[in-house]
Design a protein around this ligand. Structure first.
Ligand code: PLP
Length: 358
């Protein structure tokens, strides 16, 4: 395995997150090029690490934030960057924040905004009745707390007609995560149909571009998606997407070391330093976190140091592991460290390292 730490020595620096900033730069450059003519916002909740945001900033048209905390974070780093604020359950501070676009989630949210008398540029977030098969997370097309039924969209449009402080800019629809390019394009066509019937010319199609933890080489087809969107877009229309995971997932690795190897009831386990309190992704998504490298061997289950059977990073992986070996988990750049329960069991925090050169 190639790691900045090598194999042999027991390292007090592990576990650590290692971010390949050069790789991220190259990846987002490709995405940017593929999405010619479509606005690209980064969904900060996927990974708000300032080092990553600085790499992304020159390529994106803005940042999508889901809380006042994320908004303050982005504003501090990039005071002039366009920001779209969305998400259910906005506090007054969030609802009344000065942002480029506010994504309204319900008629009552809009009433609170209107009652404040404050100006805002809003997109109405729709939860359309569209069939969404094959997604890993579904936010629309059924009963969820995200977005509004078409009837509530109509109610919001009525409310907005009788005033001019709040400007209705268009429609927002982030319907699902984990869809491939053909499926996302089908949804985009349906969302655009809906938006055009209501007279909208600005549409945010959301994020949710698929990544594969089972096969890290299987990358979302940005080229096909960009071409497809270019074909759907009519003159005068502004289309925007706001991916998170598919931009940053590949640039992060969680590197750790085997503390113990044991066989229990016939099954082989490697206990590594750290665990799902650093890298919660496999526990929350129910997958095996892919390994980068490794010698073939008897299937082994890789667990962390937590006293819970849920602390499993990968099950039955055919690699040979011995005490002291360095283990590298790939695809740990999004919804990884920042969604993990860091303080559970009070183990030390991981280190953070950034690779800048190619
Ligand atoms: C989480 C989220 C995204 C990003 O989703 P990914 O699956 O990470 O691409 C985009 N828009 C909204 C509204 C979200 O909640």
């Amino acid at each position: 395995m190639s790691t900045p730490y090598g194999h042999a020595a027991w390292s007090t620096e592990l576990p650590a997150y290692v971010y390949d900033l050069a790789g991220l730069d190259a990846h987002v450059a490709t995405v940017r090029e593929a999405l010619d003519g479509v606005e690209l916002y980064y969904a900060v909740k996927a990974n708000p690490d300032p080092e990553l945001l600085r790499v992304l900033a020159p390529y994106v048209d803005g940042f999508e934030v889901s809380s006042g905390g994320e908004l303050a974070h982005v504003r501090e780093l990039f005071p002039d960057a366009p920001v779209a604020l969305g998400g259910p359950g906005k506090t007054d501070a969030e609802l009344f924040a000065d942002v480029t676009r506010l994504h309204v989630e319900s008629p009552s949210e809009l009433r609170r905004l209107l009652a404040s008398g404050r100006p805002a540029d809003v997109l109405l977030r729709a939860n359309l009745d569209l069939p969404i098969g094959g997604a890993s997370l579904v936010m629309g097309g059924g009963a969820t707390p995200f977005g509004m039924d078409p009837a509530d969209i109509a109610e919001c449009m009525d409310l907005l007609e009788r005033q001019d402080a709040v400007r209705l800019r268009g429609l927002h629809a982030h319907l699902a995560s984990g869809l491939d390019a053909p499926r996302l394009l089908e949804l985009a066509a349906d969302v655009l149909d809906f938006a055009r019937r209501l007279g909208f010319t600005e549409v945010n199609l959301g994020g949710g571009m698929a990544v594969s933890y089972a096969d890290p080489e299987e990358i979302f087809d940005w080229h096909a998606y960009g071409k497809g969107l270019a074909g759907l877009r009519r003159p005068g229309e502004v289309l925007r997407v706001e991916p998170g995971r598919s931009l940053t997932v590949y640039c992060g690795r969680y590197v750790t070391q085997v503390i113990d190897v044991k066989r229990v009831h016939g099954e082989l386990f490697a206990v590594v330093a750290g665990g799902t309190h650093h890298l919660r992704t496999p526990a929350t998504k129910g997958h095996d976190q892919p390994l980068a490298g490794g010698e073939p061997g008897e299937p082994i289950t890789i667990v962390g140091q937590l006293c819970t059977p849920k602390d499993v990073l990968a099950r039955g992986v055919p690699v040979r592991l011995e005490v002291g070996d360095v283990v590298e988990f790939a695809m740990a750049g999004a919804y990884a460290w920042n969604i993990s329960h860091h303080d559970f069991l009070m183990h030390p925090k991981p280190g953070f390292h950034y690779i800048r050169g190619a």
